[in-house]
Design a binder for this molecule. Structure first.
Ligand code: ADP
Length: 238
């Protein structure tokens, strides 16, 4: 049994099969890149794993627990956390309040002072602890991304799903972001990351899975997958 098992997952939107019979697995502690051109179904797959959308068919299991059909909250409690491509923070609340929300709904359902402690720990991990009392609305783009990650981490996940978390960062911020993801990996977290920045993928992910038109077209060590003619032609729109 693998840690995360995605078994023939399908998501149909009307006549469109956004995710079509996708199967792959992750072992505990792996960092795997989820690649594919725009519209290939990557975010939809993340939505299926995190329970943001119900699968049309197929099974998704974490550590043997069937996630398919469970509510988003139950899946968060099972240890799945994700970031969103469009940062989702509550602008009028402070950073620590933003992060406490996910500590409350996360794996250990912390409350009150305990939720605050976990939230401050998550802000510390992403380098925002000195701004815990600032309103989220006042953050720069990179700090919003950090806050988004802190929200995911405060749920104390077993597996973290990153949806282009590195997108839009300048080179210095990108290097910091890559280092942060590496630290999380070294701490034992299992990570599935949608990412277009190939240098970051090469730096972080020994293995990638590649989607095209809803289907999985590669599951291989990163160098091999990126040299695969089917993957190259998918990116060129062939
Ligand atoms: P990617 O993340 O690889 O860019 P997406 O998973 O966002 O791809 O989208 C895959 C396909 O599913 C696209 O054609 C997109 O337009 C469609 N899609 C995504 N979400 C929905 C939705 N809620 N309703 C209908 N179609 C959707």
């Amino acid at each position: 049994m693998s840690f995360l098992e995605i078994d023939r997952a399908v998501k149909q939107f009307g006549g469109l099969r956004a995710v079509s019979d996708v199967s792959f697995t992750l072992e505990k502690g792996e960092v795997v890149g989820l690649l594919g051109p725009n519209g290939s179904g990557k975010t939809t797959l993340i939505n299926l794993v995190s329970g943001a959308l119900p699968a049309t068919s197929g099974d998704i299991r974490l550590d043997g627990l069937r996630l398919t059909g469970l509510s988003r909250d139950r899946i968060a409690r099972a240890g799945v956390a994700r970031t969103f491509q469009l940062v989702r923070t509550l602008p009028s609340l402070s950073l620590v309040e933003n992060v406490m929300i996910t500590a409350v709904f996360g794996r250990h359902a912390h409350w009150g002072a305990a939720a605050r402690r976990v939230a401050l720990g998550a802000l510390e991990m992403v380098g925002l602890s000195d701004r815990a009392g600032v309103a989220a609305a006042d953050l720069t783009y990179i700090d919003q991304k950090r806050l988004e990650l802190a929200r995911a981490l405060a749920a104390e996940p077993e597996i973290l799903l990153l949806d282009e978390w590195l997108a839009g960062l300048n080179p210095t911020e990108l290097a910091e972001g890559v280092a942060l993801i590496r630290t999380l990996h070294q701490g034992g977290l299992t990570i599935l990351m949608v990412e277009h920045i190939i240098d970051a993928v090469r730096a972080l992910c020994p293995r990638v899975v590649v989607m095209n038109s809803g289907e999985l077209i590669a599951d291989a060590p990163t160098d091999i997958a990126l040299a695969d003619p089917m993957v190259v032609s998918a990116y060129l729109g062939g």
